[in-house]
Design a protein around this ligand. Structure first.
Ligand SMILES: Nc1ncnc2c1ncn2[C@@H]1O[C@H](COP(=O)(O)OP(=O)(O)OP(=O)(O)O)[C@@H](O)[C@H]1O
Ligand SMILES: [Mg+2]
Length: 390
């Protein structure tokens, strides 16, 4: 099963391109799911079909889901929610509702990613397409498996401490509810699932990101930032889709000027992103809505080719061994050398900080306790060299 995540700045056409891709995948015979994670769902509008927070079939080989985190909380995460609720009340805090838990950061993406695992296990789909909210938020959500480790470890820590306090005060009244086995199991399931999600997200055979932009300065700048960020989090960007390109035969002075301006931006995109695969869709004259228009968009972007094709197969981060030295390569486009800071955290990790983003990379077992010999940055790749302990 292949997962394709569409992302980009607000209004560039993520939802339209995601819907067009899903439609074409289904037409090519792939069992396809399109899932919207954006709380301001517009996928239904784009398809011109009423969608819901449960999976609906909307055509041959094509299912859709507008993920609603409150609905997910009410129906799926019940044992943990009940426990957190009981815990809150025991602490004199008012009961917590599904609605309140739903605003915990990253919950929507976590729920979406758990669906991805579920689909992978059930082998229900060949392609899962995810339409996401505008850039900043999604990037934060995509790094969720990293952040969640920290969250869950803390939650586990608190629960374990409570259990040991309860043991010490055996016989006395304790007013902290003890988590049931079911709750402990659910927390442990979430932790295991998050580890699997991380693996799936970081394997380009399984998951890739496609960035949508327009030939304008702001979307280009934002796409450069997202690309760098996604590399830091080891997510594979496989192509760009430049949407709302003006056709060459526009009339009038105003449009001609716009066309000239667009040429400059097109060159800028190529200069910045080549050799990444770049695809295009023209600005349509009429409203882009409904299956017929989406089909037209799919023609513009993919022609006769299969949109489920994998355009890039290497992830931004990999290890190599050369002459007894182990090297970690990390692709870091659009980054200044001066903005990169490296820390050797514990024995088994290295932390990379770029501006206010920080990622801790776990080292393979063979490199635990290895000496870090040094690091270089050539404007494109960061290389960190290690020597194993004998
Ligand atoms: N190639 C195109 N030609 C004409 N209209 C387009 C094209 N692409 C997108 N649109 C229109 O632009 C608007 C924004 O598109 P869309 O909703 O797909 O963007 P988005 O990136 O998902 O937006 P948001 O960030 O709000 O989720 C919609 O009205 C859509 O119909
Ligand atoms: Mg959208």
């Amino acid at each position: 099963m292949r997962t394709i995540i569409y992302n980009g700045k607000g209004g560039v056409g993520k939802t339209s391109v995601a819907a067009a891709t899903a439609l074409r995948c289904a037409q090519k015979g792939h069992r396809t799911m399109i899932m919207s994670v954006d709380t301001a769902h517009s996928l239904g509008d784009s398809l011109d079909i009423r969608l819901s927070s449960e999976i609906v079939n909307i055509g041959e080989n094509l299912d859709a889901l507008e993920l609603n985190i409150i609905h997910e909380m009410r129906t799926k995460w019940t044992s943990i929610r009940d426990y957190v609720s009981a815990f809150m009340i025991s602490q004199g805090v008012e009961d917590i509702t599904a609605e309140e838990m739903a605003i915990f950061p990253g919950m929507e993406m976590a729920a979406a990613l758990f669906y991805v695992l579920q689909f992978k296990d059930s082998e229900a789909y060949d392609v899962v397409i995810i339409d996401t909210p505008p850039t900043g938020e999604t990037l934060r959500l995509l790094s969720f498996p990293d952040v969640s480790d920290w969250y869950i470890d803390r939650l586990f820590g608190i629960v374990k401490r409570m259990v040991s306090v309860a043991r010490m005060t055996l016989g006395k009244m304790i007013d902290i509810p003890l988590p049931s086995k079911e709750v402990m199991d659910s927390i442990s399931d979430i932790k295991n699932n998050m580890e699997r999600v991380k693996e799936v997200l970081e394997d380009p055979e399984n998951t890739t990101v496609r960035l949508v932009l327009n030939p304008e300065r702001m979307p280009i700048n934002e796409t450069m930032r997202s690309y760098a960020y996604l590399c830091l989090y080891n997510k594979t960007v496989e192509c760009l889709i430049v949407n709302k390109v003006l056709p060459q035969d526009v009339d009038g002075n105003f449009m001609k000027k716009k066309l000239e301006e667009q040429e400059t931006y097109m060159n800028m995109i190529h200069e910045a992103f080549d050799p990444l695969k770049i695809m295009y869709a023209f600005q349509l004259e009429t409203e882009l809505r409904g299956l017929e228009k989406l089909d037209e968009m799919a023609d513009m972007i993919f022609g006769d080719s299969d949109p489920a094709e994998v355009y890039a197969k290497t992830s931004p981060m990999h290890f190599e061994s050369k002459d007894g030295i182990d090297i970690l390569y990390i692709k870091m486009p659009f980054i200044n050398k001066d903005d990169i800071e490296l820390f050797r955290g514990s024995n088994n990790s290295v932390t990379i900080k770029i501006g206010d983003q920080r990622r801790t990379v776990a080292l393979p077992l063979t490199l635990v306790d290895a000496d870090m010999l040094g690091a270089e940055f050539d404007g494109e790749d960061l290389t960190i060299r290690f020597k194993r302990k004998k």
